[in-house]
Design a protein around this ligand. Structure first.
Ligand code: ZN
Length: 376
């Protein structure tokens, strides 16, 4: 990726003096998740006294990150601001106020440019020990595009830099913070939902867990991906599911029945799974549909927060809309974990719902024929 012609090497500096033990690794983790930012290396974490802040400001943790990107300087800076916001950064008039996180673009290749409110390189990269020392740690040979000094030499020229900025090796910036493992790229696709992940971490804390312990570090990402899949029905349209699989009935008028369609949904009351099997039937008029599409239609409505009654009705109504048949019928048998796990009902109990449309509703013989077939 970083050998690609469109990619530029950059150095990003990080700082925090509010919840700094969490916020520095978290910022690294979020940046690593970003599609446009390929993180190559991260420095040690360094501690330094707050400069120019209010009396008694807590000391900072600082780090630097070597990355490559295909984003423009402006876009990259905007992404850094976005991650700052996710981590609760509020920018005020006071430049030196304590902050959850500070993400600055220190170098962007060998670009030298004044953007008015900010410059590349960041002037502090050559003047401020808390910025220069971490950069020298992660990229000692980085050449300052104006002075020609290496990052290592820059630190040598800053008086007392190494004494004032101390490496605090206690923080592990090595894995498990590294989240770009192969399992992030399964067939669900990559999900970038930093805000959602932040909420999951908060939820873990609320239930008394430690979101930073090894087994849970990747959990918010996994939950985000699982939810993305389990609620994909919200963003899937019937048109894309049916996708030209509706055919001329050519005189077929017997009942079409598909049984044992497995479905998995989540109840909207507890956000816990309910699952089971659906039986779906219709009496063709002009049109028929590929059998596999009936299961896909069921999935569109199951992959949302649901109640079983509505799910049943929606599948029946969708068939009426798409095929304009003489009638449609759906029976769903579902087991609800919100009842089973909480012991509200016997563990084996299941719920049966049905929806009858057209002939299935008006004609008892048709309905009974369907129900007999479902039970057999
Ligand atoms: Zn429920």
């Amino acid at each position: 990726m970083h050998n690609h012609a469109n990619f530029v090497d950059v150095v990003i500096s990080l700082g925090s003096n509010i919840d700094r033990e969490q916020n520095i690794p978290e910022a690294v983790r979020l940046l690593r998740r970003h599609r446009g930012i390929d993180v190559q290396a991260v420095s040690c974490v360094f501690e330094s006294e707050a400069v120019g802040g209010p009396e008694g400001s807590p000391a900072f943790y600082n780090a630097a990150m070597l990355a490559c990107t295909d984003l423009s300087p402006e876009d990259l800076r905007a992404e850094l601001r976005a991650v700052e916001r996710v981590l609760g950064r509020e920018r005020t008039e006071d430049k030196n106020a304590p902050r959850t996180i500070d993400l600055d673009l220190a170098y962007y290749g060998d670009v030298v440019k004044d953007f008015g409110e900010w410059q590349i390189p960041d002037p502090e990269a050559a003047t401020a020990p808390h910025v220069a020392v971490p950069i020298a740690d992660v990229a000692p040979d980085w050449v300052h595009p104006v002075t020609g000094s290496t990052a290592y030499d820059v630190v040598k020229t800053l008086e007392g830099a190494e004494e004032r900025v101390k490496s605090v090796m206690a923080i592990q910036l090595s894995p498990p913070y590294a989240v770009r493992g192969p399992e992030d790229f399964d067939d669900v696709g990559e999900v970038y939902a930093p805000h959602f992940e932040a909420l999951v971490r908060q939820q873990l804390e609320e239930i008394g867990e430690d979101p930073t312990r090894e087994g849970l570090v990747r959990t918010p990402l996994r939950v985000a991906k699982a939810m993305d899949f389990l609620t994909s029905g919200y963003t899937t349209t019937l048109e894309e599911v049916v996708n030209n699989a509706v055919f001329d009935a050519e005189g077929a008028e017997e009942m079409v029945l598909v049984k044992d369609i497995e479905f998995y949904s989540m109840c909207e009351h507890h956000m816990l799974p309910f699952f089971g099997k659906a039986a779906v039937a219709y009496l063709p008029s002009e049109k028929i549909i590929g059998l596999s599409k009936i299961a896909r239609i069921t999935d569109v409505f199951a992959r949302r927060l649901q109640v079983q009654e509505r799910l049943t009705n929606q599948v029946a109504d969708a068939l009426m809309d798409i095929l304009e048949p003489h009638g449609a019928a759906v029976v769903i048998e579902g087991k609800h974990l919100c009842m089973m796990m909480r012991g509200v009902q016997k563990q084996d109990s299941s719920m049966i719902t049905s929806s009858m449309r057209g002939t299935f509703k008006s004609d008892a013989r048709t309905r009974n024929e369907f129900l007999d077939l479902v039970r057999s």
